[in-house]
Design a protein around this ligand. Structure first.
Ligand SMILES: [Zn+2]
Length: 330
C-alpha cells in the first residue's frame, strides 16, 4: 500500500524577532506574563535537533521583513548581524533539507507601500490584501519571494499571514502563480490559506491549472494544539503528553491524526514558531518531539514525512485525483 504524506506546517518564523510579539493585540500571555519579543538562536538549534532526530518534514515560513523592522537581507533592527547570519545559515543547512521554505508575505504586520518602502499604518497586511487585485498583489508577493531568493532560497510558494487574500481569492491565486513564475521561473507553485480541520477527505487540491501554470493548495488538517503552551508555566511530562494525546495517543490508536487517516485525509499539522517556543519555555517543541516519536513508532507503515514541495509534486503527478473540493474549509 502506498504511504500517505504527513507534514508539519510552521508559520511565523523569522530571525530572532517574534512577529507574534509585534502584531499581537495583547501584551501578556493569558496567565499574565509579558509576551517575549525575541527568540534566541539556541531555540532554532533545539528545533533542528528535533526535526533531524525524527526526520520531520514540512513547510517553514520566513517572514522577510518581520514586524516592519528591516529585512533579512539588509539587516534587522535590534538584531546583531552575526545573529541574523547564524539564523539564516542554520535554516539553510539544517531546516531547508527537510522543510520547504517560503515567505509569509512581507511583514506579518503593517503592509509596505512598495513605491516608498514605508509602512501603511492604518491597517495590517490581511486588511490591506482585501482591498487589492492581481495588479497590486503580484508585485507585493514578488517582493517577498525576491527577498528570500536574495537570501539564497528558491521559494516557489507562499503562506498567507492570517487569512491574507481570502476575500479576493481569485485575484490572489493568479497573483501567487504569476509572482512565483516572475521571480523563480517555476511554472508550478504551492500556497496555504485555508485549513480543512475536523473534515473527512482533507487533502490538497489543484487550485489553478491554466496557461501552462499550476497552483496547488496545501491545507492543514490538524489545528495548532501547541499554541496553548504559551499560556502556562506547566512543563511537566503529564502536561506535555496530554497535548500530544489530542493529536495521537501513546498507543497510536486514537487522536485527531487517526481520524484524518481513517477518513482518507493527509495529516498536515499546523503550528507556529511562537507555539513551539512557548514564551521561552519551549514546551511546544517537547510536544512535537513526543508526537513525532509516536508517529514514527506506530504509523511508519502508513505515513511518510514529506515537505510541501514534495506534496505539491505528488499532487501534480496525478492532478485528476486532487480536484478542488466543494467545501474548501476555513
Ligand atoms: Zn502567521
Amino acid at each position: 500500500m502506498k504511504k500517505v504524506p504527513i507534514s508539519l506546517q510552521i508559520d511565523d518564523p523569522a530571525p530572532i524577532i517574534s512577529v507574534y510579539h509585534e502584531h499581537a493585540t495583547v501584551s501578556t500571555t493569558t496567565d499574565g506574563r509579558p509576551i517575549i519579543p525575541t527568540f534566541p538562536n539556541s531555540f532554532l538549534d533545539n528545533f533542528c535537533d528535533v526535526i533531524e532526530k525524527h526526520g520531520i518534514k514540512g513547510k517553514f515560513s520566513i517572514v522577510p521583513m518581520p514586524g516592519n523592522k528591516g529585512d533579512i537581507v539588509n539587516g534587522l533592527e535590534g538584531v546583531p548581524r552575526e545573529e541574523l547570519d547564524y539564523w539564516m545559515d542554520t535554516v539553510k543547512k539544517r531546516v531547508a533539507p527537510l522543510f520547504t521554505i517560503g515567505p509569509e508575505m512581507l511583514t506579518h504586520h503593517k503592509p509596505i507601500d512598495l513605491a516608498t518602502g514605508k509602512p501603511i499604518l492604518e491597517m495590517n497586511e490581511e486588511e490591506w490584501s482585501f482591498l487589492q487585485d492581481r495588479t497590486t498583489l503580484t508585485p507585493y508577493i514578488g517582493k517577498a519571494l525576491s527577498l528570500l531568493k536574495e537570501a539564497g532560497f528558491n521559494p516557489i510558494g507562499v503562506t498567507s499571514p492570517w487569512k491574507f487574500g481570502i476575500k479576493v481569492e481569485d485575484e490572489y491565486h493568479h497573483a501567487i502563480s504569476q509572482a512565483v513564475y516572475d521571480v523563480t521561473g517555476s511554472k508550478n507553485a504551492w500556497f496555504m490559506t485555508r485549513g480543512l480541520y475536523d473534515m473527512p477527505n482533507a487533502r490538497p487540491w489543484v487550485e489553478l491549472d491554466e496557461d501552462g501554470r499550476t497552483l496547488v493548495s496545501i491545507p492543514p488538517s490538524l489545528q495548532d494544539r501547541f499554541w496553548r503552551t504559551m499560556n502556562t508555566t506547566r512543563t511537566d511530562d503529564e502536561y506535555v503528553n496530554s497535548i500530544a494525546d489530542m493529536i495521537i495517543s501513546e498507543d497510536g490508536k486514537s487522536g485527531e491524526m487517526i481520524y484524518i487517516l481513517e477518513t482518507n485525509g493527509f495529516p498536515i499539522i499546523v503550528t507556529h514558531w511562537q507555539s513551539l517556543n512557548s514564551n521561552g519555555l519551549e514546551t511546544g517543541l517537547r510536544v512535537l518531539d513526543v508526537i513525532a516519536s509516536r508517529v514514527n513508532k506506530h504509523l511508519s507503515d502508513r505515513v511518510e514525512w514529506m515537505s510541501f514541495e514534495e506534496i505539491m509534486n505528488l499532487v501534480l503527478a496525478n492532478k485528476e485525483a486532487f480536484p478542488k473540493p466543494e467545501n474548501t474549509g476555513k
